[in-house]
Design a protein around this ligand. Sequence first.
Ligand code: CO
Length: 171
Amino acid sequence: MLTIVHYPDPVLRLVAEEIDNIDAELTTLISDMFDTMYAANGLGLAAPQIAISKRLIVVDISEEVGGIGPIALINPKIIWKSKNKETCEEGCLSFPEVSAKVSRPATIKVQAIDVESNIIEFEAEGLFARCIQHEIDHLDGILFPDKVTLAGKFSIKSSLKVLEEEYKANH
Ligand code: CO
């Protein structure tokens, strides 16, 4: 099991590095990330959340409506997004107990490399699209509170303060 880092750990703000080698070490990392995500009851996890600043995400919404996964994406990119947006409550394993509404494009097209080194391209919508966008944001140091509405920002302010105090106390 890997340790999930919490906000405001600085690793969460780094722009993660591209992966150019899909080897046994990476396969093990992916499998450890899935285990860690399942243990934490998450739907997605990005490598920076386990303090590894690499462009790798895992998502599994197979238990949810329209379920898809498990899927691991290496160097994922959004190559198209719909103008149409959806607003939904979102949380993050790096922000325990925090959730707020985030507006995101409803449909996206994604390009990535899979674990067999194939370049894959697919369209995602609904919760699947939301999870992928949330996780890809992590690879660019973007965190979901950056994207919440003004009202949402106000409502999570004190929860963020608590996390900041906890981080200070532990580092
Ligand atoms: Co997250």
